[in-house]
Ligand binder design. Structure first.
Ligand SMILES: [Zn+2]
Length: 348
């Protein structure tokens, strides 16, 4: 089969479109013929090489997969069958440890991510645990279905489970054009909150408003925390949904009202943040870390997608062999929503 691999860590030029063996399918797995695979920032980290992610090379990236079941493993006894259109839950848990047994699969001691610690969907075929395969929502095409799992799961875990956003609260969502941002805006809106968001370019403002943002701050020309103060009559926001890290950390904390909650799931601008502990406790702030979410949370978010209450935001599509150009678009922050690789594929 064709796949995009890298044989050593480094820049986008390390990505190679080449022939590799079709993956072997374990008894508890399924082989999925990939139709579409969305990019995530994790793909960039993994290609560059980061501590705590031990991967064997060559590696195939891609966390967010939609496609058609090609074959099912010998131990599978569920209702999905070959030929069925599906999408894949990107977080993989063991199903047996203490955390898994209380329904916290994303805290599993063996937790790992498709396309990170195992081969992902930048390929014509991918082998995945059968319990991670879910039927395609009937109102989505393959590109949309690849665009929503990881970011919906992450955003729902942040906005609903951790921040527990209430009607009437004000939520600041960082980066409207990011995958998580574009979902978090819709989710906070759905939960009845007033939503403020940020963009880095003027042409993204209208798109952010279309998603349901009540006010959009252009952080490249405006001081974010000052603007937040103006928009909230000096109170600040109840919740910040954050994934940019270092560059915006101070501004995010400053934007919080007394008793406010900040949830972070990423650090695309760098991972070192400094703040004054006295500010944290005197203003009674809460900082929470989010890492993906559980299968139940993804199923819950998918119900809202099926009901057209949430929609995947697709920026652009690229053929699989142009994965490098696709990653470069993301690195240049030109996208609004998800960039998706489309896999034409051949019959096996
Ligand atoms: Zn487990």
């Amino acid at each position: 089969m064709k796949a995009v691999t890298f044989h050593e860590h480094g820049g986008p030029e390390k990505l190679i479109y080449e022939d590799v063996a079709v993956p072997q399918v374990g008894p508890d797995e399924m082989l999925v013929r990939v139709k579409a695979c969305a990019l995530n920032y994790l793909d960039i980290w993994i290609r560059q090489g980061i501590p705590n992610y031990t991967i064997s090379l060559p590696h195939i990236s891609g966390c967010d997969v939609s496609g058609v079941i090609d074959s099912v493993g010998s131990a599978y006894s569920g209702s999905l069958v070959a030929g069925q259109s599906v999408f894949v839950m990107p977080g993989i848990s063991c199903g047996n440890c203490d955390q898994c047994l209380i329904g916290k699969g994303n805290c599993c001691v063996h937790f790992h991510i498709l396309g990170a610690q195992r081969h992902g969907g930048y390929a014509e075929y991918v082998a995945v645990p059968a319990m991670n395969v879910l039927p395609l929502p009937p109102n989505l095409d393959f590109v949309q279905a690849a665009a929503f799992p990881l970011v919906s799961l992450t955003a729902w875990h942040m906005v609903k489970t951790l921040a527990d956003v209430q009607p009437g609260e004000t939520v600041l969502v960082m980066g409207a054009g990011s995958g998580v941002g574009s979902m978090a805006i819709q989710m906070a809106n759905l939960l009845g909150a007033r939503v403020l968001t940020t963009v880095g370019a003027e042409d993204k403002k209208e798109k952010a408003t279309m998603l349901g943002a009540d006010a959009v701050i252009n952080h490249s020309v405006e001081n974010m925390s000052e603007r937040v103060a103006e928009l909230t009559n000096g109170h600040g926001v109840d919740v910040v949904i954050e994934h940019i890290g270092q560059q915006v950390w101070g501004q995010c904390l400053k934007s919080l009202a007394r008793g406010g909650r900040l949830v972070t799931c990423g650090a695309t601008s760098g991972g070192t943040a400094q703040f004054d502990l006295r500010y944290l406790y005197s203003r009674q702030l809460t900082i929470m870390g989010a890492y993906m979410g559980t299968r139940d949370e993804l199923v819950e978010a998918t119900h809202f997608i099926e009901a057209d209450k949430l929609r995947p935001v697709v920026d652009s599509t690229f053929p699989l062999e142009e994965a490098r150009a696709a990653q470069e678009r993301m690195l240049a922050r030109k996208n609004f929503g998800k960039i998706v690789l489309v896999v034409e594929g051949r019959e096996s």
